[in-house]
Design a protein around this ligand. Structure first.
Ligand SMILES: [Zn+2]
Length: 343
């Protein structure tokens, strides 16, 4: 990552501030993003036809946000489809600009000293759920497997045949070094045998795709009949998004390109052929915790380190657990898990 990319400049109305530099340790100066960066002109909502339902109703830009965590420069606009409630960046980012959204300081999940332990607990719990879904045998593909932390939790659990696909070459290499069969690249182009997987895991990856429907279709094709799609993604139909808006912790622009809610997610799964779609609320405080950090960073000048999380971030998790639990109870959580079956 960290390719120098020059993108066309444009006029924007949002308030501007010199972008925060991404500094720190041995990675200093490694992120090369050339200014000025791409910002769509106010009236430009090209690419804002809803990919999911293709509605002819007016798809409008709902908010403009910046990257308050890693300081990737730019103002990113999110449009909402009034028919299916899908949120997506409008215009959609060019494929070539997507690698610049991931600075070298972007932690591979499970890797970050501040929140890594939390991810390891979650992966352990997930491996248990996967065992309940498919039993002790079968081929499992982890999409966006990072450095292999979730694969490692699965390997510890059962004797599954484990595969991974990961865009980042360094992370893919590390997962391979752990002994996993990991292809580096995009899910769509990856060379796996269709119709053979018992389960495809998409843990917090769907929202990173420029074309999430194609990714879902590819997962569908790779699964064997009766195979299970299992994943997790943010849910815009939650209280914290309403409250925080552009600061919402799960917004995570520019890395999140498409944001679902339960309704949109069910529609997307069914559209590619899945049946028995189940959506399950998850206890994740990120909407609140990172939301508060984002707010403090933008409004109060809080300095966020290059890994995107302040040192005392874990303290931001505990106070929001009760409200998150309440949200899960009334089906308004910031994160939803989904399980769908290929007929
Ligand atoms: Zn739509």
């Amino acid at each position: 990552m960290g390719h120098g990319v020059t993108l066309p400049s444009a006029v924007f109305r949002a308030r501007t501030r010199p972008p925060r530099r991404i500094l720190g340790g041995p990675l200093q100066g490694a992120v090369v993003i050339t200014f000025p960066v791409s910002v769509p002109a106010a009236e430009d909502v090209s690419g804002s036809v809803c990919d999911l339902c293709g509605t002819d109703r007016h798809v409008a830009v709902r908010l403009e946000a910046r990257d308050y965590e890693y300081g990737v420069p730019g103002v990113f606009r999110l449009a909402r489809c009034p028919a299916c409630d899908l949120y997506f960046q409008a215009p959609r980012p060019a494929l070539g600009s997507i690698p610049t959204f991931y600075p070298l300081t972007y932690p591979v999940y499970g890797d970050d000293p501040v929140t890594g332990w939390l991810f390891r607990v979650m992966f352990w719990l997930e491996a248990r759920r996967i065992a309940r879904l498919i039993g002790p045998r079968g081929r499992v593909l982890d999409v966006g497997c990072g450095a292999g932390a979730a694969l490692a939790a699965m390997a510890h659990r059962e004797n599954w045949e484990l595969y991974g696909v990961e865009l980042d070459p360094g992370a893919a290499q590390r997962a391979r070094a752990l002994g996993f069969n990991v292809q580096q690249g995009d899910l769509i182009q990856a060379d796996f045998e269709p119709g053979t997987f018992a389960l495809v895991r998409m843990g917090h990856v769907l929202e990173h795709f420029r074309e999430p429907l194609r990714a879902l279709k590819r997962a569908y094709d790779l699964l064997r009949p009766g195979g299970i799609l299992f994943g997790e993604t943010p849910n815009t139909a939650c209280w914290d998004f309403r409250l925080f808006g552009r600061y919402w912790g799960a917004l995570h622009v520019p890395r999140h390109i498409t944001l679902f809610c339960e309704k949109a997610l069910r529609l997307a799964c069914r559209q590619v052929g899945f049946e028995e779609v189940r959506v399950i609320p998850r206890l994740r405080t990120v909407g609140w915790s990172a939301g508060l950090q984002n707010f403090l960073s933008d409004r109060w000048g809080l300095r966020v380190p290059p890994n995107g999380r302040v040192k005392w971030y874990p303290l931001l998790i505990v106070p929001f657990l009760p409200v998150t639990a309440l949200q899960a109870l009334v089906s308004r959580p910031a994160t939803i898990a989904f399980v769908a079956r290929k007929p």
